[in-house]
Design a protein around this ligand. Structure first.
Ligand code: NAD
Length: 420
């Protein structure tokens, strides 16, 4: 296979958004030239002893896009479709997310091409530890700080932290965020991305003088992001009409009891079979009539093929890259407001930043303090995006990217080009 990372659909999508936004804010062409490419990409082979004693070799990646604003920051994904191009696109989005949110962090992303649902706990642990060890000094508290993404969770982060610490000879909690609270994680981190989705939703609704109670929402994906978005929406009086995961979706016109659905999923692993709802497919779910559609599963689910059938007022992107550029255009022409990924799912990296800061200071905050500070940052970013959108008469995605590029551009011009 001789495909260049730049040819992947998500990477191309991301660069097109960047180029459009750069034109809107008149970005320095030399800066644009540099930020269109990641700084570094690492590919590792990860040999793993499987439960039947055979050794299987998986491919792992870590892409480091930019460190202009600080250490690289970004999740690690375990999924069977992971490839270099997807990881590069996600790393690029992380740079712009951190810049938009005013965090002192750059952008990175990692992944392993593996279906984690086919691994036992021991196999997943072996895989994680060997991947960490293969990355070596490419990650670290001052270098590059991973976090959870699809297919990884706080337990995975605990294994990374332990492996890195074993190799360094002393505890290094700052090497990852999204850790369990017992080993230096932050209160509020696990639900942070979903909570940020809901804070963003509240801001979007307010622009149309709408309030949360009684407003309908549909959530695709019922993992970390989707479950928490559905739960925090439900707790604020939103009517959650439908949720889904890889097994399919469930729908209840009267609204789902989300804590009850979460109990069901904790026991049965998937939403399929939940008794107090009707089954629907993921495709049907996306076109349900609702106020807010929150895609919180994976990329490229809202495309040219279904964009004209989407029947909501707002799309709030919990997932990274769920809407293609062609679909964004169709939806904007239809006056459907999209709160883009780099804004709407920023709650996770904001609280990851808090976790990193708390860990470096060995001083931990209350959950209330964490959530309040996160809300301040994400709603502040929303206002900044709204202002640029209004000033330049562009869609929210272009405005979010534009606002982000502005900050990075200033920082790059100040730092200059080495050697020159
Ligand atoms: P997760 O692994 O916890 O959950 C993923 C969910 O998506 C699961 O419910 C899974 O069944 C479902 N899913 C997978 N394939 C699907 C398909 N084809 N159709 C419908 N549902 C499908 O992952 P997560 O951490 O919740 O991440 C979800 C998205 O949010 C990803 O795009 C990720 O990059 C993004 N994100 C995550 C975080 C975070 O803090 N975890 C932060 C920012 C963005």
């Amino acid at each position: 296979m001789s495909m260049d990372y730049a040819d992947g659909p998500m990477f191309k999508n991301t660069i097109k958004i960047l180029e459009d936004a750069a034109a809107v804010i008149n970005c320095d062409p030399n800066v644009l030239e540099r930020i269109k490419r990641p700084k570094r990409a690492i590919i590792v082979s990860v040999p793993v002893r499987m439960d039947d004693y055979r050794v299987k070799v998986f491919t792992g990646y870590r892409v480091q896009h930019s460190s202009t604003l600080g250490p690289y920051k970004g999740g690690i994904r375990y999924h069977q479709d992971v490839d270099l191009s997807e990881v590069a696109a996600l790393a690029t989005l992380m740079t712009f997310k951190c810049s938009l949110l005013n965090l002192p962090l750059g952008g990175g992303k990692g992944g392993i091409r593996v279906d984690p649902t086919q691994l036992s706990r021991t196999e997943k642990q072996n895989l994680t530890r060997r991947y960490t060890s293969e990355l070596g000094q490419a990650i670290g508290p001052n270098v590059d700080i991973p976090a959870p993404d699809m297919g990884t969770d706080p337990q995975t982060m605990a294994w990374i932290m332990d492996t890195y610490s074993q190799e360094m000879g002393y505890a290094q909690p700052g090497v990852v965020t999204g850790k369990p609270v017992e080993i230096g994680g932050s209160l509020g981190r696990n639900g942070a991305t979903g909570l940020g989705v809901i804070f963003t939703t509240e801001k979007a609704l307010a622009t149309q003088n709408m309030k949360m109670p009684g407003t309908t929402i549909v959530v695709q994906g019922f993992g970390n992001v989707g479950q928490h978005a559905a739960l925090y929406g439900f707790e604020r009086g939103m009517k959650v009409l439908a949720v889904s995961d890889v097994s399919g979706g469930i729908y209840n016109a009267g609204g789902l009891d989300i804590p009850d659905v979460i109990r069901y999923v904790t026991e049965h692993k998937v939403v399929k079979g939940y008794p107090k709802a009707e089954p629907i497919s993921n495709d049907q779910l996306l076109t349900l009539k609702c106020d807010v559609l929150a895609p919180c599963a994976m990329e490229n689910v809202i495309t040219e093929a279904n964009a004209s059938k989407i029947d909501c007022k707002f799309i709030v992107e919990g997932a990274n890259g769920p809407t293609t550029n062609e679909a964004t255009k169709i939806l904007s022409d239809r006056d459907i407001m999209i709160c883009p990924d780099i804004l709407a799912n920023g709650g996770g990296v904001i609280v990851s930043y808090f976790e990193w800061v708390q860990g470096l200071q060995h001083y931990f905050w209350s959950e209330e303090e964490v959530n309040n500070k996160m809300k301040q940052i994400i709603t502040g970013a929303f206002d900044k995006v709204w202002e640029l959108k209004t000033e330049k008469k562009v869609d929210m995605r272009t405005a979010a990217m534009g606002s982000s590029v502005r900050r990075l551009e200033r920082a790059m011009l100040l730092r200059g080009l080495y050697p020159r």
